[in-house]
Design a protein around this ligand. Structure first.
Ligand code: AMP
Length: 392
């Protein structure tokens, strides 16, 4: 088990905390969704309330190792100041003399936010010298950015060579739920996968087949699975080179007694456009039409499987949920899951966005804050940013 922030003393300590403040902003650099900032507040407040000196660090966007004003973190410092009702000082860099001096002057309960880590190429390269400079700012390291835990960067792994590393509350909750569903899930256990890229989800299926009872597939990836079973999938997105792997999954699932459920009806359209001509069909999809959402019968079928499930993990939308005419499958599934008395874990990225948009976040057991990181956890991989933390 990994140590968490409550297992160490923070009073009077310089607490170097990796957060995920990679928030969306509009062209005026106004933050359009601050949920990543509010998600870090419990750990931030804990350090302040326990009289630690908090040094926050994050990346924002992909500046590619160069200083780019559009990726400066100052709007995040302003938002944090408003939310915390204290002045959060924003630095012009994340290393160097000015930062060292500012940190040396910090008093208990103070908070500073270092500038975008990715203004330095050394961050993503996990450069030991850069990691050492970052680490020299703190007495202890707190990891609260689950979304980057699958990357071995200077601010996630490098710093732990120099400092004791513990999980913040956000990462602690991620570990708790992903450990539960990957190591000791309650049964029946249903895995729901959707989205577009089949290749991303195959390693998840391969790792989870030993643990789950049911696998439900939606989104574009369903058509690669349906290709061999239907007379036609029309112009739906199919990854032909996945055919052999999909066949192997059908065989493995049957050996392991896992029920695979695929769409029985589809919302199809001539084009992937909001106002395109559309209809719902059962069975095969005519030429020239694209499957863009699961149909109502499929939703009912999936609901009937989920009804008695005790654990449910969902990653990937059931259709092109960004467009209203193709959002009913994803929205319906989210609504149904939110009412169940089961452990419900929502993978990050699009699925989390869909559930949060509907205001159902609090009704799920856990909504992951990491898209790639949550997939890697389900693949059974060790996440370097978590592996690097101290064990109890
Ligand atoms: P992924 O990153 O693989 O999880 O894919 C997410 C994307 O899949 C979303 O942007 C959805 O719009 C898209 N998607 C879901 N269902 C379909 C579909 N039937 N056809 C094309 N794209 C889809």
């Amino acid at each position: 088990m990994k140590k968490s922030i409550t297992d160490i003393q923070v009073t009077g300590k310089k607490v170097l905390m990796r957060a995920d403040f990679n928030v969306p902003m509009d062209e005026k650099r106004t933050i359009t969704d601050d949920s990543r900032i509010t998600a870090a507040l419990p750990t931030i407040k804990y350090v302040i309330d326990n009289s630690g000196k908090l040094i926050l660090m994050s990346h924002l966007g992909r500046p590619g190792g160069k200083v780019k004003t559009e990726f400066c973190l100052s709007p995040v410092a302003d938002r944090l100041s408003t939310l915390l009702k204290i002045n959060v000082r924003s630095m012009d860099d994340c290393v160097g003399e000015d930062v060292r001096e500012a940190v040396a002057r910090m008093r208990e309960g103070d908070v500073v936010l270092l500038e975008n880590l990715r203004f330095h190429r050394e961050e993503t390269k996990n450069d030991p010298g850069f990691a050492g400079e970052l680490a020299s700012l703190g007495d202890v390291f707190v990891e609260d950015a689950f979304g980057t835990c699958h990357r071995a960067h200077a601010s996630t792994v490098g710093v732990t060579e120099h400092l004791p590393g513990v999980a913040g509350f956000l990462v602690q909750k991620e570990i708790e739920y992903f450990e539960k569903v990957t190591k000791h899930p309650e049964h029946p256990f249903s895995l729901i996968l959707g989205g577009a890229k089949v290749a991303d989800k195959i390693p998840v299926i391969e790792n989870m087949l030993d643990k789950i009872d049911f696998l439900m597939i939606g989104g574009a990836m369903a058509y690669t699975f349906l290709k061999s079973r239907l007379k036609g999938v029309g112009a739906s997105r199919v990854e032909e080179d996945m055919a052999d792997i999909v066949q192997r999954i059908f065989e493995e699932a049957s050996l392991k007694n896992v029920g695979i459920f695929l769409p029985r009806d589809h919302v199809i359209a001539r084009e992937m456009k909001e106002n395109a001509a559309r209809r719902t069909v059962k069975e095969h999809i005519p030429d020239g039409w694209i499957g863009l959402d699961i149909g109502p019968e499929t939703l009912k079928n999936y609901e009937s499987v989920l009804k008695d499930s005790k654990s449910i993990v969902w990653n990937g939308p059931m259709g092109v949920f960004e467009m209203k005419p193709f959002a009913a499958g994803t929205r319906g599934l989210a609504r149904y899951m939110s009412r169940l008395d089961a452990t419900t874990v929502i993978g990050g990225g699009d699925t989390a966005a869909a559930v949060n948009q509907m205001g159902l976040g609090k009704k799920m057991s856990h909504i992951s804050t990491g898209g790639g990181a949550s997939l890697e956890y389900l693949e059974g991989k060790a996440l370097p940013g978590i592996a690097a933390l101290d064990d109890i």
